[in-house]
Design a protein around this ligand. Structure first.
Ligand SMILES: Cc1cc2nc3c(=O)[nH]c(=O)nc-3n(C[C@H](O)[C@H](O)[C@H](O)COP(=O)(O)OP(=O)(O)OC[C@H]3O[C@@H](n4cnc5c(N)ncnc54)[C@H](O)[C@@H]3O)c2cc1C
Ligand code: SF4
Ligand code: SF4
Length: 837
């Protein structure tokens, strides 16, 4: 029996065990793991989700049964203090000694704490373990009770920005302090950093660049940070996130070679200066570098496992440090050499300050090779660009098309088909999964869908950034095999939205857990939870109050969140018709709560700048005066716009306003795959722009023309004619069927225009279904819609009537305080959120 001891049960130590077991077949080896932390290895990459409610168990990479089943002895809360290399033993802080044949150091790193006077003071934390997060949460709670509001994060790198978001989520006002002149200095150039900075500042996170902290102010606990030139930033808490420091202390005491700036020196077999001791992950110094990302650590784990098992695999010479992430809601990515600048290189830069997008690609002067790039604000091109870069693929004639899209009318991604990638292309860098292995698993029928592929290859299970490309590959391969390709909603369900809709309806499920227990797997995610909440609403007319924890933010708070974290309030004004009394009520509410008012394109009044805790008070006044929720936040009917109609207009052929009011009241509150908008014009002059809506009616000689599946927004589409010269009853009948059929069959977040475009058979088929009743379902569709119409309830009214539902509108958990950090500036006689300076 060969004894392998692993020191460190972090992400890489765990991955080593997994790889080792998979390669060895267990019998000959005894693996013993020691971890200083009190729990099994967990997903540090997603550590911040602990603040969002995930438990240590949720983050765990495996179960205790997994260790037992694989005959691995796991010792938690046990620190290895010494190695006796001659005797091949290790010594633990519990005074125990164990013998090894091979020793694997996977001790990772600790947060680097710069030598600043006062870092030991109360209120200064690092951000690395679950215990750190517990301590940060407890302290934030304590100081908030004493009225503290400000907290700083030292370090404007990737982890610092993540920590800033966490601090903000704890209800404190974060300041990011960075020594360098830009954010994420390792990944971003000045332009990208400026763009990221302005996006982050919009969220009321202060950014302080070029700041060298001299000392931490305060007696026993932190009260501020003193920068050069006596500039003081008053803060009550500090989270240090200024880099990492390899935990090489064991290697040092046992005389293994370490680097000048730390890290255990390893060769390309992951061997240290002692051939029976290996080092992997963030403690290993390979090619003079410590790699602070999980993907290189996983590759090292694979190499070490293979070497111990006499395999031949070695570590690649150059390690790719490309990254793609979402920081505080902003997409950021960089790949290859993001900064390269010399005479042989052209940097192509696209910057759109209005939409907050910055894209840069570095291309050789002959336009043949992509060397690297940066994306901020929209990283949807990342996977394609990364593949073109890492496989040295040919570039299009105009390389700028890679970030601007083709402008010659041709469609498709800059990459062409994903199937054109070489088999060796690494699709998931975290797990080192190639295109070849994904496709093979489908071609040889080991896998039959996306979930199988994930299970089998482990692709997507690291940072998850490769999900879109893995999914594209699965679809393209299945299509090439002539198989039906399903648009499953996410990795937790192997069903389309339509299939889930039917499953919920047939089985009469009433909560998310019933559905995932019977038909899904895992805990669900931010994609499937709102989809299923919306399905419940579409079937049972459950309002957004019923499945609060699975709704998205806007539905959870029944209001649209705005740039500075305040909310907007939109009462329903059906058909845009409103009395003077009601206008006065809206005006008075705006005055009382100091709200910015704007007339919207949907003929109603939007009140901006409401604090979360004021929402119930505002709605109380509105509802007492006969208003209802306008559902401006929901994926449901927003409004039916109308022209003034024949009551006033000389050209009017019918009562458009009256019909719009009737339709809006009929379909209000009904949840659908995406938002719905309607319009009614009383003549072909079309003042209500009805043909730019999901449904539109135009009065003509002999009745109404009914148009469907139009939309404005980012991809405008004219609506198409469904039926001509029909009377009101027929309009309602067709509308009921059309809307219900769309609700039943569309994918999540698919608007009517795209839905119709993708519907096999298109408009002609739809006409057959909802006019000629070719499927025999029209009666059911009408009955289903009538049930929804009959059971409408205003969800704001529900909230006000039930104190239990009111609780979620406190800005701070268990407190009715408002967020006083929100700052406004004057704007044309009103106000707007303050941009950070
Ligand atoms: C908040 C956060 C976000 C991150 N986000 C990303 C990301 O988006 N993408 C990405 O690629 N990477 C990210 N990382 C980095 C990634 O988590 C690390 O690269 C990875 O966890 C390194 O794994 P490791 O096993 O080498 O080290 P660690 O995870 O640090 O594990 C080492 C373990 O060894 C234990 N140990 C140390 N010495 C001893 C000893 N003497 N005896 C016993 N046990 C010991 C430690 O207690 C620790 O549990 C993030 C890190 C953090 C903190
Ligand atoms: S659409 Fe026709 S009826 Fe309506 S306001 Fe315009 S001109 Fe008048
Ligand atoms: S068009 Fe709509 S989403 Fe875009 S800025 Fe204006 S209000 Fe916001």
């Amino acid at each position: 029996m060969i004894r392998v001891i692993v020191v460190g049960n972090g992400m890489v130590g765990y991955k080593f065990c997994e790889k080792f077991i998979a390669k060895s077949g267990q019998e000959k080896y005894q693996i013993t793991v020691f971890g200083e932390e009190p729990r099994r290895a967990y997903d540090r990459v997603h550590l911040s989700e602990y603040f969002g409610g995930k438990t240590a168990d949720d983050l765990s990479l495996s179960t205790s049964e997994w260790y037992a089943e694989n005959n691995i002895t796991l010792n938690t809360s046990e620190l290895i203090t010494d190695i006796n290399r001659e005797e091949k033993t290790i010594h633990t802080h519990l005074e125990k000694t164990h013998t090894y044949d091979y020793l694997v150091l996977a001790t990772g790193s600790s947060a680097f704490v710069p030598p600043i006077d006062g870092v030991e003071k109360e209120g200064v934390f690092v951000y690395r373990t679950i215990e750190d997060l517990d301590a940060i949460m407890a302290y934030a709670k304590k100081i908030k009770q004493k009225g503290a509001t400000e907290a700083a994060v030292l370090g404007g790198g990737l982890l610092g920005l993540e920590a800033a978001k966490a601090v903000r989520d704890l209800g404190l006002n974060p300041h990011v302090v960075e020594f360098a002149p830009r954010l994420m200095p390792r990944q971003l150039d000045k332009g990208a950093s400026d763009m990221l900075q302005s996006k982050i500042e919009e969220l009321n996170i202060g950014i302080h660049l070029n700041k060298a902290t001299q000392y931490i102010d305060g007696k026993e606990r932190i009260t501020g940070m003193m920068f050069a030139e006596d500039e003081l930033l008053k803060v009550d808490m500090l989270v240090i996130s200024a880099g990492i420091k390899p935990r090489d202390e064991l290697a040092r005491v046992s005389g293994l070679e370490v680097g000048l700036r730390g890290g255990v020196v390893v060769n390309n077999q992951m061997q240290t200066s002692d051939p029976s001791i290996f080092a992997i992950g963030e403690v290993a110094l390979y090619n003079q570098n410590i790699y602070g990302l999980v993907a290189p650590g996983y590759e090292m784990a694979d190499v070490a496992a293979e070497q111990i098992l006499n395999g031949s695999k070695t570590m690649r010479e150059t390690i790719d440090m490309s990254t793609q992430l979402k920081l505080i809601g902003v997409e950021v990515a960089s790949f290859g050499d993001p900064f390269v600048e010399n005479d042989a290189v052209t940097a192509i830069i696209y910057e759109n300050k209005l939409s907050g997008i910055y894209k840069r690609i570095n291309v050789t002067k002959d336009s043949k090779t992509l060397l690297g790039g940066i994306l901020v604000g929209d990283s949807s091109d990342y996977n394609s660009l990364f593949q073109i870069y890492s496989n040295a693929m040919a570039l299009p004639k105009n390389p700028e098309d890679l970030i601007l899209g083709s402008r010659d009318g041709s469609e498709g991604s800059s990459l062409g088909s994903v199937l054109d990638l070489p088999d060796t292309a690494v699709i998931c860098s975290c797990e080192n999964v190639t295109k070849g292995s994904i496709c093979c698993s489908l071609l040889d029928e080991t896998c039959s869908n996306f979930s199988d592929v994930v299970k089998h290859t482990k692709a997507t299970s690291g940072c998850g950034g490769c999900k879109p490309m893995v999914s594209d590959l699965v679809k393209a391969t299945q299509k090439s095999l002539g198989k039906e390709v399903k648009d499953v909603i996410c990795e937790h369900f192997s069903y389309t939205r339509q299939e889930l809709f039917d499953l919920v309806k047939i089985n009469k499920y009433e909560n998310f857990y019933e559905v995932i227990d019977h038909h899904g797997k895992g805990d669900g995610c931010e994609v499937c939870k709102p989809v299923i909440a919306s399905i419940f609403s579409s079937i049972y007319n459950d309002t957004a109050n019923k499945h609060v924890t699975t709704q998205d933010t806007n539905d959870r708070f029944l209001a649209n969140i705005q740039r500075n974290g305040t909310y907007s309030v939109v009462p329903r004004v059906a058909g845009g018709e409103i009395t003077a009394e009601k206008l006065i009520v809206i005006g008075e509410v705006a005055k009382q709560f100091d709200l910015y008012t704007k007339i919207t394109g949907a003929q109603r009044v939007d009140l901006f700048g409401a604090h979360l805790s004021d929402l119930p008070k505002i709605w109380k006044i509105l509802i007492d005066n006969g208003f209802e929720s306008g559902h401006a936040y929901g994926k449901s009917l927003r409004a039916v716009k109308s022209c003034v109609g024949n009551a006033w207009c000389r050209y009017g052929m019918d009562d458009s306003a009256g019909f719009a009011i009737e339709l809006e009241n009929r379909y209000k509150g009904i949840r659908s795959p995406h938002k719905l908008k309607g319009g009614v014009s009383a003549c072909i002059r079309e003042c209500a722009e009805a043909r730019g809506k999901d449904f539109g009616l135009i009065a003509v000689e002999g009745g109404w023309n009914l148009y469907i599946a139009g939309n404005g927004g980012a991809n405008p589409k004219h609506a198409v004619l469904l039926a001509e010269k029909i009377d009101k009853e027929t309009v309602i009948k067709y509308m009921d069927r059309y809307l219900m059929y769309y609700i039943r069959t569309a994918g999540p977040l698919v608007r009517t225009a795209t839905w119709l475009e993708k519907l096999d058979g298109g408009l002609e088929y739809l006409k057959e279904v909802i006019i000629e009743d070719s499927l025999g379902i029209c009666e059911t569709l009408e009955a289903e819609m009538q049930t929804l119409v009959n059971t409408f309830e205003c969800e704001w009214k529900q909230v006000l009537e039930k104190p239990r539902l009111l609780k979620r509108f406190n800005h701070f958990v268990n407190s009715e305080e408002k967020d006083d950090n929100v700052v406004f500036v004057p704007l044309r006689d009103q106000k707007a959120p303050k941009a950070w300076s």
